[in-house]
Write a protein that binds this ligand. Structure first.
Ligand code: ATP
Ligand code: MG
Length: 397
């Protein structure tokens, strides 16, 4: 298979080669190209040390991204990460090497990489170096550790999450020895920063995650003990759209919003995601009705962005029918498109208008406005200033 290396990557490789160094595209870009996917970015590895790279790229902008680890970012049209071939030193705490050693050999660099499918290198002539059977594993759709799986997870337990994530997003299975090692070493995840686990888990959720969640539910329990991975939940998850917040809410099943929020905070999820998941868990299927006034109340309570997420949550939790879901989402779209009023900010009167009537104590202004909004949402009153002021005058508290 001919891999199309982008011009700027070829240019950078040619500069290194012209100066007597070797250079390869490596890792994810080779894997993705062989799969026929467009790589997200192209990483280059080279025999050149960072000071030699600086000489080679004297005419380019250079960002010293990680000099200690042999990495510079060179702007060749776009930022390109170039890293000296390296050997990782002994690993401490199951998460980081004590130091790195630079080497002249590509093979040393490839053997430190996590999985066979991530350990292939491509030279400027389009030739692939594949020392661990990466291509065969790609064809068989298999995630397999480079070397002894247990040792590799002892070195860096984040690889456990990476294995699950790649299996999910690529739709691969995890080779037997790698899978047993994941089960055996899952407790080492306790040594990994919550945020790094969370990032991998979030990516995992956007892929073909059901089989992975079922097979490795014991591993997921190490950092997310509250979620459900029974057959029913996973069937619902499989049917759902690949949205990580929606899928997390489905996995939390019957857990309270508070339980979910505590766990999600511990995993360093951002507040927006936590709020969204809590909204879903807190919402009641009984709130979902298809009449326009009820839909406007739904929009008022959850906002334009989250109303549909709440609808999807109840659909995939099998609490509302397809038909109800379809009718409700159509009504949501229609109400938003027509610009109808479902928030105080769209109401034709405001607090100052109500105060100016001189009929209500200041502390009741909010209540009056909300009553008017309810009448408008219920389509009992028009959203027009004069008629709303008239209506306000008739209110008694
Ligand atoms: P993507 O960027 O699509 O998530 P990727 O394979 O490019 O996938 P990166 O995290 O960008 O993943 O890492 C680049 C390469 O570095 C990997 O392909 C792999 O060879 C190596 N690598 C990354 N993290 C590890 C790790 N924890 N242990 C060993 N090798 C790793
Ligand atoms: Mg990458």
């Amino acid at each position: 298979m001919n891999i199309a290396i982008p011009d700027n990557v070829l240019h950078a490789m040619a500069i290194l080669e012209q100066n007597g160094h070797s250079a390869y595209a490596v890792g994810g870009c080779v894997r993705d190209s062989l799969l026929g996917h467009k790589p997200y970015d192209w990483d280059i590895c080279t025999s050149a040390l960072t000071e030699q790279m600086e000489e080679c790229f004297a005419d380019f902008r250079i960002i010293p991204t990680g000099v200690k680890h042999g990495t510079l970012t060179i702007i060749v049209d776009e930022p390109l990460e170039i890293t000296t071939f390296r050997i990782d030193g002994d690993y401490l705490d199951n998460r980081r090497p004590s130091g790195v050693l630079f080497t002249r050999n590509l093979s040393d660099d490839l053997c430190r990489r996590d999985f066979t499918v991530n350990a292939m290198a491509l030279n400027s002539r389009g030739e692939i170096t594949d020392l661990y059977g990466g291509r065969e594993d790609l064809e068989a759709k298999r995630i397999r550790c480079v070397g002894d799986a247990e040792t590799r997870f002892d070195e860096d337990a984040l690889r456990i999450m990476r294995a699950l994530r790649f299996a999910s997003t690529l739709g691969f299975e995890i080779e037997e020895k790698t899978a047993s090692a994941i089960h055996a070493k899952k407790h080492l995840l306790k040594n990994i920063a919550a945020e790094r686990i969370q990032k991998e888990f979030t990516k995992l959720l956007t892929g073909n995650c059901c089989e992975i969640l079922a097979e490795f539910s014991d591993v997921i329990s190490v950092f997310l003990p509250e979620i459900q991975t029974n057959t029913d939940t996973l069937r619902r998850l499989a049917a759902s759209s690949a949205d990580s917040a929606l899928r997390l809410a489905i996995l939390f099943g019957n857990a309270s919003a508070q339980t979910a929020a505590d766990r999600l905070h511990a995993l360093k999820y951002d507040n927006r995601t936590i709020n969204q998941i809590c909204l879903m868990l807190d919402s009641a299927p009984a709130e979902i009705r298809t009449e326009r006034p009820q839909i406007k109340r739904l929009l008022n309570r959850y906002g334009e962005e989250d109303a549909k997420t709440v609808l999807a949550f109840h659909l995939y939790s099998e609490k509302i029918t397809d038909e109800t879901h379809r009718a409700a989402t159509t009504a949501v779209d229609d109400i938003i498109a027509s610009g109808e009023c479902f928030t105080l900010s769209k109401l034709a009167v405001n607090g100052r208008d109500i105060s100016a009537l001189g009929l209500f104590p200041a502390k009741q202004t909010g209540k009056v406005l909300f009553t008017l909004l309810e009448r408008v949402m219920d389509e009992e009153a028009k959203n027009e200033k004069d008629s709303l002021l008239l209506l306000a005058k008739s209110l008694k508290y």
